[in-house]
Write a protein that binds this ligand. Structure first.
Ligand SMILES: NC(=O)C1=CN([C@@H]2O[C@H](COP(=O)(O)OP(=O)(O)OC[C@H]3O[C@@H](n4cnc5c(N)ncnc54)[C@H](O)[C@@H]3O)[C@@H](O)[C@H]2O)C=CC1
Ligand SMILES: O=C(CO)COP(=O)(O)O
Length: 323
């Protein structure tokens, strides 16, 4: 299977290394900026996005979209809000029997669609899958053990993608619960901002743990209404990724929350939770699901309320049964 990676950010670069190792085949890494991709090809390091990691010798950095013509598997690794546009650019080039795998985490603004729903519209007729789970790009690129969820409604396609990505240290588990995998990845980014804000404000680890557990409760409420399986929500792409990103300053979403809690300037890095939060609570509202922590994150990001006031508001909610 020939894998092509579209999106030369931190995660795309790490996944290109994984695919090149797993398939032992030339693996194009397609970026937008020809000059930058030429530099990555020359230096064999993506200095801007994943410094200190050498590209696998079989990774081919390029800005030439034609490389997707030969792809059996296309990994789409742009930010969620750019997915529709990136996929539309590929649509005339990609083979109809190829499998498109979204590796981004979020909900599209405006449409309130999860990444696989965006793909179904922008690359119609192709089989689609989702790669999600607890996986920092740097950890994966360093060859540290990582397990992820690979969700596809067609089990044979999921198994084929898994084989094209599995290495001695990168372990995809497959699933047919596409909604569960997509929702977990989208919501955990928002909840990581909440956990970071609580930590940054110095409210203690008990408060962070409460945010994680009650955050998971609202993620699961929405997931079940959307048809996700509880096992997926409690698995790698749900609880697993939530635990990772609410406990590490390596997470850009957690780091954004830390800055908010400390009253510091927001870091200038991609934080998918900030781009997704309004769409996530919009999706929840459409289905009559209450997501108070996510709503508090939206209010804080929009500067409608301070972190302290948001926490006080959550604590002042009427007492209720836990489940
Ligand atoms: N970095 C990580 O550890 C992981 C990231 N992800 C997900 O992967 C996705 C990408 O994240 P990263 O690679 O880390 O981000 P990044 O910030 O390192 O790179 C984003 C890439 O997307 C490109 N891009 C930005 N706007 C674009 C647009 N409008 N059209 C086309 N391309 C555009 C940028 O040029 C850049 O190459 C996100 O959804 C993220 O949640 C998932 C798992 C791990
Ligand atoms: O999704 C990730 C780890 O699974 C990366 O998290 P951040 O986007 O918060 O850095």
């Amino acid at each position: 299977m020939r894998v092509v990676v579209v999106g030369a950010g931190a995660w795309g670069t790490a996944l290109a290394n994984v695919a090149a190792e797993a398939t032992d085949r030339e693996t194009p890494l397609l970026g937008r900026d020809a000059g930058r991709m030429a530099e990555v090809a020359e230096t064999r390091v993506n200095a801007e996005r994943l410094p200190d990691i050498r590209l696998h010798p079989k990774v081919l950095p390029t800005a030439d979209h034609d490389v997707v013509r030969d792809a059996d598997i296309v990994l789409l690794v742009s930010p969620t809000q750019a997915l529709r546009q990136v996929a539309a650019e590929l649509a005339p080039l990609v083979r109809r029997d190829a499998i498109a795998v979204t590796c981004c985490k979020g909900v599209e603004q405006g449409t309130l669609e999860l990444p696989h729903e965006v793909l179904a519209e922008s690359l119609p007729g192709l089989r689609h899958a989702i790669l999600s789970g607890p996986s920092f790009a740097e950890d994966v690129a360093l060859g540290l053990p990582t397990a992820v969820t690979l969700a596809c409604v067609e089990a044979d396609a999921a198994a084929r993608i898994a084989e094209s990505l599995a290495t001695r240290t990168f372990r995809p588990y497959w699933s047919d619960d596409v909604v569960g995998a997509a929702l977990g990845g989208a919501a955990k980014n928002v909840l990581a901002i909440a956990a970071g804000a609580v930590a940054g404000r110095g409210l203690g680890l008990s408060a962070v743990a409460a945010m994680v557990a009650r955050g998971f409760a609202e993620l699961a409420r929405l997931g079940l209404v959307l048809g996700a399986r509880p096992e997926t929500l409690a698995g790698l792409s749900g609880l697993g990724d939530l635990v990772l990103t609410t406990s590490s300053t390596k997470s850009r979403n957690f780091s954004l929350g830390l800055a908010l809690g400390r009253g510091e300037p927001r870091p200038n890095k991609l934080a998918e939770g900030a781009a997704t939060v309004e769409a996530l609570i919009g999706l929840a509202a459409e289905h009559g699901v209450d997501m108070p922590i996510s709503s508090a994150v939206a209010d804080v990001l929009a500067e409608r309320v301070s972190v302290g006031a948001a926490v006080a508001n959550l604590l002042a909610r009427p007492l209720r049964a836990e489940v």
